[in-house]
Write a protein that binds this ligand. Sequence first.
Ligand code: C2E
Ligand code: MG
Ligand code: MG
Length: 404
Amino acid sequence: MPMMDIQDILVVDDSRVQRRHAVELCQTLGAGSVREAEDGTQCLAMVRQQTPSLLLLDLEMPRQDGVQVMQQMAKLEMAVPIVVLSSKDYLLISTVELMGRELGLPVLGGLQKPLRREPLLDLLQRVWTPRQAQQALEHCPAQEVKAALENGQILPYYQPKVQLSDGRIKGAEMLARWHHPEHGVIGPGRFIPVIEQQGWATELTMLMLKQGLKQWQSWARQGLRLPLSVNLSALSLSGDELVDEIERYMSGSNVPARYIIFEVTETAIVDNLAHAIGCAVRLRLAGLGLSVDDFGTGFATLQQLTRFPFTELKIDQSLVTGISGKPHLIAVFNSIIEMARRLQLATVAEGIESPEDYQLVAERGCHLGQGFHIARPMPAADFLAWARQKPEPPAAATIKENLS
Ligand code: C2E
Ligand code: MG
Ligand code: MG
């Protein structure tokens, strides 16, 4: 299978054998050119000479190791997409990934050596954005985004949430998509930062809620009553009008409040605790569900969590994708499930991409799951058909056997 349009890959590894192996692998993926460097110093010189489109960077190298190379790159503002390679354990690799991102480098992910084709391809397919798309991203002027909000070009896609024990649909998350007249469908990563920066976060929330309430009623008429989750920007939690507006929209619709869940990120809670608690309590008093999103990426303490009237906890995909092969993630996952159980919160695992991960999180007692292995986010028009002819829940049969 040919790879995405990666022009020039630079492989950095002090071991000649590992380097040759990585170079050959990149060539089979269809890369335009593959260069190699045997240490950090040579790597930096080659990046300076010609910026590669991807860097495969070994961690353990004599003189300048991978960590030092990344620190230098950050200092010199060399923004090259990086895949970190190491024969060390996953915990160490993910720590370096995190460090790189904190330094502002585009770290795509980390892989264990010896490098294998499938995990590399899988990683690149998940995170690689072709240059063209990146350019479209950079040209997202605020006025265009504003017009898109006003002209109905921002639409929700729906991603199913299923009960892991039997695969039944238990809800859907609404995810914003921009139907751009020239660039096609644009993901939220490209326009939500503009919306937030311009102070239009509440407008987006209300736009999504309005469309969701309408959709809920249409599906209910066709026999499908499904809880819908709406993402709430951290910024709209700091304003005063949000809850009033939500209450107004809810009372103007025929949708029972228990069918709407608002997802709030952990960071939103940490950043403005007192005000956020006020909003959260009011939403719960109105009968709406409240979910903590991307749990495990921020630094909310247990105490902060218990002060929040959450009904659901969504475990971030960084703790779920690939979990079946990563013992340190399993340990973290187990303790989150245990904590949620004590706090009586429903649990959702995000980012389930394989049957192995599905099975593992189900067996650990997580209630619900969401991820590409179950279904990708889809337009409303496709959702009902999917729900009706939903394929057999992946791996559910084996899970039941294991639990009985
Ligand atoms: P989120 O709320 O955590 O949403 C889950 C994201 O993970 C979605 O990305 C979804 O497409 C993606 N995803 C689902 N399953 C998988 C999987 O198996 N593997 C991988 N790699 N990804 C998966 P999306 O749609 O690009 O949204 C990204 C983020 O943008 C959302 O993260 C949410 O924070 C924000 N967002 C999306 N729509 C809205 C919105 O209407 N309002 C606000 N405030 N934020 C939104
Ligand atoms: Mg969400
Ligand atoms: Mg999330």
